[in-house]
Design a protein around this ligand. Structure first.
Ligand SMILES: Cc1cc2nc3c(=O)[nH]c(=O)nc-3n(C[C@H](O)[C@H](O)[C@H](O)COP(=O)(O)OP(=O)(O)OC[C@H]3O[C@@H](n4cnc5c(N)ncnc54)[C@H](O)[C@@H]3O)c2cc1C
Length: 453
């Protein structure tokens, strides 16, 4: 429960004499938020519960650990996440700087060496003199100014505490949940390269991916076994409760014989250079570390039992002897009903000293979580330093995301990736989609200059 008596306790940090904020969670959002506050002269007490307590998805004690894919998705400005990343780069995001310095080849996408990336973020954040890191779980919301950035797997005790606060503020508002899954990681040495070939889709940028082709017979046999394979127990999960953007491969398979061939196993643009033919289906592997010794299976987030993952994914010819260093897992993903609760600075409307950032607000994805951490911190810093509040408009991608999340009651609030549909449309009509998106992106980057973030 929130102690209102303690509400002003950390506004001024006694030791540092500067305004102070508590940030809970050193994930993507919390690391960005703490860093941005610190760089603006505000003292931050940053609480991270790992390694003492951990979540079912995190494996290390590092900040900003990427729990599944190592990709921050597309880089092109005609792609909404490419625009959001460019905005963050221009704003001086520490997450984007670390992502830049730890890139691995991934065609048109921005992928990173996950270990080096989170090591870099940990080093940058802990080196900030204005940040004091506390390696422990917070089970109650502390007094003073707070940013809660504890992610989709917020610890149970803090979830209960947040729940009590929200019920007090908005009795009818509940937590919301969906289910999210991670894909397995394999050793490169165990992939049968006699059966596989290197190539990027449409040869977009070299041969960054390993492609595992399948004939029609191989695909159908694989598809049948995948549909029937045994799933791990996940309490309360059914196929309807998944986030469409991160759907388990077996759930997608059950939607029909060709669902995978129009999804992650899509063969178009992946003609096999050895035969000159386009295979019936292709499984793609993306490099997972800088050394190129580990690969993840693209789009293969799953909650099959581990033995079943080995058996069924082993039916892909190039993966018949694959060595799994991490199996796919599935977890509950919790977020608050932000449209009812938050303002455009990610603060509780009825208790603005408490802000939220990251996936717990219902933004979806690594880059989106980072963006919300940036905006929440930048706005809070402006407020504490008595500066004009930033203009949060739908013209920028970072603003559009905040506007979407805080946009007032919706009947079925679902987590949201950035997309051009939530960004302010152009005044003019441009038929070509790529040209239209690029024009929106140019306008967004111009608007960013004067929004005060
Ligand atoms: C299984 C799974 C797979 C996913 N796959 C992808 C993917 O492939 N691509 C993608 O873009 N997104 C994926 N996501 C979403 C991903 O979680 C977010 O994109 C991103 O990690 C969210 O960043 P965040 O900072 O909000 O939370 P996190 O990065 O999870 O950070 C939250 C931090 O808070 C800490 N914490 C929690 N409770 C407490 C407490 N009480 N006290 C102190 N510290 C606490 C945690 O230890 C953690 O370090 C996945 C999520 C899950 C659960």
């Amino acid at each position: 429960m929130v102690s209102e008596n303690g509400a002003e306790l950390n506004i001024q940090n006694a030791e540092h004499g500067a305004p102070a904020v508590t940030v809970i969670g050193a994930g993507l959002a919390g690391s960005e938020a703490a860093y941005q506050l610190a760089r603006r002269g505000i003292h931050v007490d940053l609480y991270e519960m790992r390694p003492e307590n951990t979540t079912p998805a995190h494996k290390t004690d590092k900040f900003a650990e990427l729990v599944c894919s190592n990709s921050l998705r597309g880089d092109d400005l005609s792609n909404a996440v490419g625009l959001l990343k460019e905005e963050l780069r221009r704003l001086g995001s520490v997450i984007m700087e670390c992502a830049e310095s730890t890139r691995v080849p991934a065609g048109g996408a921005h992928a990173v060496d996950r270990e080096l990336f989170s090591e870099a973020v940990t080093a940058r954040v802990t080196a900030e003199p204005n940040i004091t890191v506390h390696r422990r779980e917070l089970t109650e919301i502390p007094g003073g100014r707070v940013i809660i950035a504890t992610g989709p797997l917020t610890s149970d005790k803090l979830t209960a505490s947040i729940g009590r606060l929200l019920t007090e503020l908005e009795p009818s508002v509940q937590f919301l949940n969906f289910y999210d899954a991670a894909a397995p990681i394999l050793t490169g040495a165990s992939i049968d390269m006699q059966s596989a070939y290197r190539k990027s889709r449409y040869d977009k940028s070299g041969d960054d991916y390993i492609n595992c082709p399948m004939t029609k017979d191989e695909y159908l046999a694989f598809w049948r076994e995948l549909c029937a394979a045994e799933q791990a127990e996940v309490h309360g999960f059914d196929d309807g409760g998944v986030f469409e953007g991160c759907m388990p491969v077996e759930v997608m398979a059950r939607r029909g014989e060709d669902a995978l061939r129009y999804g992650p196993l899509k063969p178009v643009g992946l003609r096999d250079p050895r035969t000159g033919q386009t295979p019936y289906a292709v499984v793609q592997l993306r490099q997972d570390n800088r050394e190129g010794t580990l690969f993840n299976i693209v789009g293969f987030q799953t909650h099959l039992k581990f033995g079943e993952q080995k058996r069924v994914f082993g039916m892909i010819p190039a993966l018949c002897g694959a060595e799994f260093v991490r199996y796919g897992v599935m977890h509950r993903n919790t977020f608050i009903n932000s449209p009812v609760l938050l303002d455009e600075y990610y603060r509780l409307r009825k208790l603005p000293r408490v802000a939220f950032a990251g996936q717990v607000t219902g933004v979806e994805g690594y880059v989106e979580s980072t963006a919300s951490g940036y905006l929440a911190a930048s706005a809070l810093a402006a407020e504490l330093l008595g500066r004009p509040m930033p203009r949060v408009t739908r013209e920028t991608a970072i603003g559009a995301l905040a506007r979407y999340v805080s946009g007032g009651a919706v009947s079925d609030f679902q987590p949201m990736n950035i997309n051009f549909g939530i960004i302010e449309p152009l005044g003019e009509r441009i038929r070509n989609k790529k040209e239209k998106n690029t024009a929106i992106a140019e306008r967004s980057l111009a608007a960013l200059e004067s929004c005060g973030l």
